[in-house]
Design a protein around this ligand. Structure first.
Ligand SMILES: Nc1ncnc2c1ncn2[C@@H]1O[C@H](COP(=O)(O)OP(=O)(O)OP(=O)(O)O)[C@@H](O)[C@H]1O
Ligand SMILES: O=C(O)c1ccc[n+]([C@@H]2O[C@H](COP(=O)([O-])O)[C@@H](O)[C@H]2O)c1
Length: 201
């Protein structure tokens, strides 16, 4: 039986925004994926504390994927808890799929600082999207290791967009509109639950 082609989009999702969803959809169609899993991190170890709880971030993700049959939320990192290392996640996933790790160019620039990044690229194919201010060219150690493993890095045809969770949090804290940045139902959830009111550090 053919392996299920599965995209994995990990993130803090604090909160999930429209670029995340566009990225998941672009990867799905470009790579002919059977599904894309959005995987919220429990405690992204390279960041300071997140603004919203894991429960709220999960709830917003579920709202954002409503009606999108091929995009699912996988809560395994939140269930595992503790500092989030992608390698632990990949080791937990069933071997019955062909995995694509979807990421923005900012995280590609950072990739060689990830725990056990060499093992990560032996388990998944990286699929990267442009992001303003970040370079798409992989670092030399990554290029060399991909070559050693005979792995390709896939560049997704993604229109660069300035949308970021930081921008969303800033706008919410200032009482400004998030039109065009967030799913309308996610924006409603944020309002109803009084999230992201504190000034952004
Ligand atoms: N506008 C975007 N363009 C391309 N990739 C993006 C974009 N926004 C997020 N991503 C990618 O989605 C993944 C998850 O991102 P994350 O949840 O950290 O959102 P973020 O907008 O980068 O958050 P923050 O502003 O808090 O850093 C990362 O791989 C990131 O590079
Ligand atoms: O495994 C690591 O060491 C590692 C280091 C930095 C980031 N990541 C993952 O990259 C994804 C995007 O992270 P972030 O901080 O941009 O939300 C998310 O799934 C993180 O868990 C993973």
């Amino acid at each position: 039986m053919a392996l299920r082609r599965t995209g994995l989009l990990g993130g803090s999702f604090d909160p999930v925004h429209l670029a995340h969803i566009a990225l998941a959809e672009t990867a799905r169609t470009t790579l002919d994926l059977d599904e894309v899993q959005l995987i919220p991190a429990a405690d992204p170890w390279q960041r300071g504390p997140l603004a919203a709880s894991a429960a709220h971030r999960l709830a917003m993700l579920h709202i954002a994927v409503t009606g999108r049959a091929h995009i699912h939320v996988n809560p395994l990192e939140i269930q595992r808890g503790g500092p989030t290392y992608t390698i632990d996640t990949l080791r937990e996933l069933p071997a019955s799929a062909d995995y694509f790790w979807i990421l923005g160019a900012d995280q590609l620039e950072n990739f060689c600082s990830w725990q056990h990044w060499q093992e990560i690229i032996s388990l998944v194919t990286l699929a990267v999207a442009q992001r303003p201010g970040a370079r798409l060219t992989p670092a030399q150690p990554l290029i060399e290791h991909l070559k050693k493993l005979d792995r390709q890095l896939i560049e997704l045809p993604f229109e660069p967009t300035e949308i970021s969770a930081t921008l969303v949090r800033q706008r919410l804290a200032r009482g400004q509109s998030t039109n065009g940045l967030l799913d309308v139902a996610v924006a409603q959830y944020i309002k109803q639950n009084g999230l992201y009111q504190a000034p952004v550090a």
